[in-house]
Ligand binder design. Structure first.
Ligand SMILES: Cc1ncc(COP(=O)(O)O)c(C=O)c1O
Length: 390
């Protein structure tokens, strides 16, 4: 197997690598479903400079304004380190849960922060939901194909996966209906339908609006819970984000979100929005798995979102970057300013960048109309004309 160790770490001796596993008879039955992910092995190779990687779905972190992130994290340690480096709530930081509700509102979801459970990436949310719902032998219905990380979780909990065909408009409702009927006819229990409705990994397609309501109707009729995994919903290149299925059903759906694709996966912060009773169970499962999700990461994301009022991550999602004005003041001023640098991009790129930025600002203004003014202290400005920000 390929090693992901740095080059200066000596390889283990061949004798150790080839030794038979002396614990083989003692592992729990569930480990039979656990196999090394081909993706994990690939990631190690893909980072080599000579490889043009079309493999791993790694976000382009270099596109983030790392100096702004660095300032936010520095301030966090200095101003709030005692909290950021302490254990926290098993459900997740209350302020970040509120901000997550703002993010989800972009997809038409009206949610209460009480119903949000923060997780270690949405990967852990898939794990917790499966842990809470599935006994060995239970069926999980999935699109064909489906996300490799979720399939690994279902295998680890000894679930049987039943695939349902997709086409260019996403999962085929008739095929879903047939699968639900076939599972019931076989005397088995389907515990949930796992779906990635937007920019499907790996199929790349999105579920059409018309099908969203049909899929919901089918699952509601069958009493089948929907697990709506949506890490990519805000990444569309054009138009507004598509309305989430969860926006139309708060009881039959668990919605999963993540900051891995809109910000950075290294923080490992995702979330589940669940019906109230399920939320209780997820918090208990979360506490037994990790005690609490990583406080430092949560507060870093929260403060970053507050600084740019969530506009900068949205701008980066829309493939345009700027430096918020707050980066140029030591005292919290500058929230109404941004620095746009025109020394490097070509005139064509500048035109395109300004077009994208215009769309982001329009959306920001709409959000401000919905959510009101920024938090106290954030919109303060000096009366005098600002200095040259070079
Ligand atoms: C569909 C889907 N769900 C969940 C995840 C897990 O994301 P994370 O745990 O980084 O939030 C991924 C990662 O690529 C994904 O593609």
């Amino acid at each position: 197997m390929t090693s992901d160790m740095p080059e200066n770490v000596p390889a283990r001796s061949t004798v150790r690598q080839t030794r038979l596993d002396s614990y083989v008879d003692r592992y729990a039955a569930r480990t039979k479903g656990m196999s090394a992910s081909e993706i994990r092995a690939l990631f190690a190779v893909a980072s080599r400079p000579e490889v043009v990687s079309l493999a791993g779905g790694m976000p382009n972190i270099a596109g983030l304004p790392l100096d702004v992130v660095g300032n936010a994290i520095g301030d966090l340690v200095r101003d709030n380190g005692a909290v950021a480096m302490q254990y926290g709530s098993g459900q997740g930081d209350p302020k970040l849960r509120e901000q997550i509700c703002d993010v989800m509102s972009l997809e038409g979801i009206e949610a209460h922060p009480d119903d949000v459970v923060i997780t270690v990436g949405s990967q852990q949310a898939v794990d917790l939901v499966t842990r809470v719902f599935c006994d060995p032998g239970d069926v999980v219905i999935c699109e064909a194909p489906s996300y490799v990380g979720a399939l690994g979780v279902f295998r680890a909990y000894q679930c049987e996966v039943v695939h349902v065909a997709m086409d260019d408009d996403g999962v085929q409702p008739e095929a879903l209906e047939q699968a639900i009927a076939a599972v019931a006819a076989a005397g088995k229990k389907a515990k949930f339908f796992y779906t990635i409705p937007n920019f499907h990994n790996p199929a790349g397609v999105s579920l059409s609006l018309e099908r969203r309501s049909r899929v919901l109707e089918i699952c509601q009729r069958a009493g089948l819970l929907v697990l709506e995994d949506n890490p990519y919903g805000l990444l569309g290149f054009e138009g507004d984000p598509v309305r989430a299925m969860r926006a139309d059903d708060s009881e039959g759906i668990i919605y999963l979100g993540s900051f891995s694709k809109t910000f950075a996966p290294g923080f490992r912060v995702g979330w589940a929005l669940a019906p109230h009773a399920v939320r209780e169970k997820l918090v208990l499962a979360q506490e037994s798995a990790t005690l609490c999700p990583p406080v430092f990461s949560q507060l870093a994301i929260s403060s970053y979102l507050s600084r740019g009022r969530a506009m900068l991550p949205r701008a980066v999602t829309n493939r345009v970057a700027y430096v918020p004005g707050t980066a140029f003041f030591a005292d919290g001023f500058g929230a109404q300013c941004m620095r746009l640098s025109y020394c490097h991009p070509t005139p064509e790129r500048i035109t395109e960048g300004v077009r994208r930025l215009g769309a982001v600002i329009k959306e920001e203004l709409e959000l401000r109309q919905t959510f009101g003014a920024v938090a106290p202290g954030h919109g303060r400005e000096y009366d005098a004309p600002g200095p040259e920000l070079t």
